[in-house]
Design a protein around this ligand. Structure first.
Ligand code: ZN
Length: 331
């Protein structure tokens, strides 16, 4: 399978680049905007590979030295700009890695490509430093700025770049990818695809994260028997949740998905539409015991609890009260 086929969705961006590369009309500066994990790096890497391939055909051959170097991320003419501090890309880093090296011709390839991930972290000084490079680019230079939003850039940068919005992938495509490429069973794939909301990178990450899956199992255990718990058991559940303190937003999101599934079942009675398709019997029982009104109250309460935890209200009691509140909504 070639690199572009492995990237789901975003067909118009893929078409554009394949044509631009084939016609030798690649621009000097692109912004890929989109949320973390939506595939910006995969796209930039795939296009770089096609551009540098020694057997140009609109697809990377995967066999030439250039393609192999791309796979190992050590192609001398494809520079992944790095930064030391987590929250900022400094002017020094842009000067050292981009501005001061871009005039040196490529070693071997037809292009010299710079990929700046998290480019929204370039401060104004760094953006001004790169601006001149973008204004008067060397013939062979291509710069990819990958960012969560174009809003982070100075207007002078924006006006000189071609901006492409990288879209999240539809749930069904993520689900299929997880099953076919990652060997994940159907029930879990439904859940990960729904939870990641079209973000393939995120779906793959959580599917293989032990930490996430322990937390998910705990939340799932709590929810699927929610109609049966005694209050003292819920106290214990809340106590156990301390282990998931760092992931509590994900925990609460899983709770939201669960009650969303109950609404979906109430209305559609369609198993295919459920994120927790492997817990159908539980959903069927709970659906009869929860009114729409009760589910709305539960959702409000989850949001309220999320806010309290963010404001550092005592963690365990907040969750305990939430669990008890939910339990009492069942009839
Ligand atoms: Zn090649």
């Amino acid at each position: 399978m070639n690199d572009l086929d492995r990237i789901l969705g975003n067909e118009s961006i893929k078409d554009y680049f394949q044509h631009a590369i084939a016609q030798g009309r690649v621009s000097h500066a692109y912004i890929f905007e989109g949320e973390k994990g939506c595939g910006k790096k995969m796209l930039a890497a795939a296009f770089s590979k096609i551009m540098q391939c020694e057997a140009p055909s609109g697809k990377p051959c995967g066999k030439c030295t250039s393609c192999i170097q791309m796979d190992h991320r050590n192609h001398p003419d494809v520079i992944w700009v790095t930064h030391e501090k987590a929250n900022v890309i400094s002017v020094g880093e842009i000067r050292n890695q981009v501005v001061n090296t871009i005039d040196i011709s490529p070693y071997k390839g037809p292009y010299k490509i710079y990929i700046i991930d998290e480019a929204e972290k370039m401060n104004p000084a760094a953006q001004n430093a790169i601006l001149k490079t973008i204004e008067e680019p060397a013939e062979y230079a291509v710069i990819f700025l990958l960012a969560n939003s174009r809003g982070a850039f100075l207007p002078t940068i924006l006006s000189r770049c071609i901006t492409m919005s990288v879209k999240p992938v539809p749930d069904y495509a993520v689900r299929r990818y997880l099953m076919e490429q990652e060997g994940i069973d159907e029930g879990r794939a439904d859940f990960y695809a729904g939870f990641a909301m079209g973000n393939l990178g995120r779906a793959i990450r959580i599917a293989h994260s032990t930490e996430f899956n322990q937390m998910r199992e705990h939340a799932f255990g709590l929810l699927k028997s929610m109609h049966e718990w005694e209050i003292f058991e819920l106290d214990e559940m809340a106590r156990q949740c301390k282990a998931y303190k760092d992931q509590i937003n994900d925990y609460l999101d899983i709770m939201r998905l669960w009650f969303r599934d109950i609404i979906v079942w109430k209305i559609l009675k369609n198993k295919e539409k459920l994120f927790f398709s492997n817990a159908l019997s539980s959903i069927q029982v709970q659906e009869k015991q929860l009114s729409m009104e009760a589910i709305n109250e539960i959702n409000d309460r989850i949001t309220q609890t999320e806010r309290q935890i963010r404001a550092n209200v005592n963690f365990e009691p907040s969750l305990d009260l939430l669990f008890i509140f939910i339990r009492r909504r069942y009839q």
